[in-house]
Design a protein around this ligand. Sequence first.
Ligand SMILES: C[S@@+](CC[C@H](N)C(=O)[O-])C[C@H]1O[C@@H](n2cnc3c(N)ncnc32)[C@H](O)[C@@H]1O
Length: 332
Amino acid sequence: MIENKILTEIKKLTSAIIETSSNLNEIKKNLDKIHNHFKNITEISGFDFKVEYLAAIPAEKGKALGLNYAAQCLLDYKRTEKFLKAIILAIKEKQKDNPGEIINIFYAGCGPYAPFITLVAPFFNSNEIQFCLLDINKTSLESAKKLINSLELSNYVKEFYLADAVTFKIPNPDTFHILISETLDALLFRESYVPIIFNLLPQFPKNITLIPENVCLNLNLLSNFEKSSKCTEYKIETILNVQEALLSRKHNLAIPSQLSDKKINLSTLKIDHSKSVLLDTRVHIYKDIWLNRNESSLTIPVEIELKEPSENNFIVFTYFLTPNIELRYRFE
Ligand SMILES: C[S@@+](CC[C@H](N)C(=O)[O-])C[C@H]1O[C@@H](n2cnc3c(N)ncnc32)[C@H](O)[C@@H]1O
């Protein structure tokens, strides 16, 4: 039974977001209203001009984005809508599979608004779901605590951890059912999703549900690029599949400083000025819920210039985890 007036309104707004199938305007309007409440309670808007809110925070591998940008994620409308739908669905499915059990959720990278608890918890009782929250950013974690207390949701939280998810050792990992870590950027650039998954996932039971469950970087060829009305596209190759990279990793080894090279034969592509090559980030959130191209800042494609590769037969992609997290390519 929800008695907190603001929480009642937030639940109503969230219900409309997860029930609306394609009305983006409605979703925007409701998330903006939720943002207004969160801003008033936390005194963090995501657009505050404070140097410490802008600075990225170095993790063991990669960087956590600054607090302003973490707050703004709430307003990445399609992303938030799809993640909320996925998380609520995943919890319901875990309940079906584990009748009578409390569903324990580890939320790595909660940000200042912790939307995947503050917007999700009202749909369940605290004797049905329990969360552990972690963030590397002290101000984010304090803000999430303040918001959770103010919305009277603290009975849904077991622990708050101020820690780096790339190195964190989880207490009692066997008790968890779901791991959430939206620590992504387009092309898996800079943020720590890959090392976080490499560190956390093997600690949990095998049947843990990970959200997002996978991310792939695909290389696509666009033909007739200049006459865009007849532009055709096909996938050349997957450059990086995070789940496959994780599976191919030898057990108990330290997180590598780079992943295996991916070499693409350019001569077969017959590149000329009518063709273009795109790198696409495919975010598989859960089951049939995907974040499609350009639906979110996470899925903006990046064009690669392949001018005159005449003396180069190959393009080689490498995903680096140190010194910075980034996908680089070279011609050979
Ligand atoms: C993209 S934001 C998402 C925030 C929030 N979950 C949401 O969906 O709006 C990612 C959050 O993860 C945190 N983060 C990134 N890398 C981290 C790491 N290595 N350890 C702990 N937290 C991290 C950042 O500080 C940030 O708050």
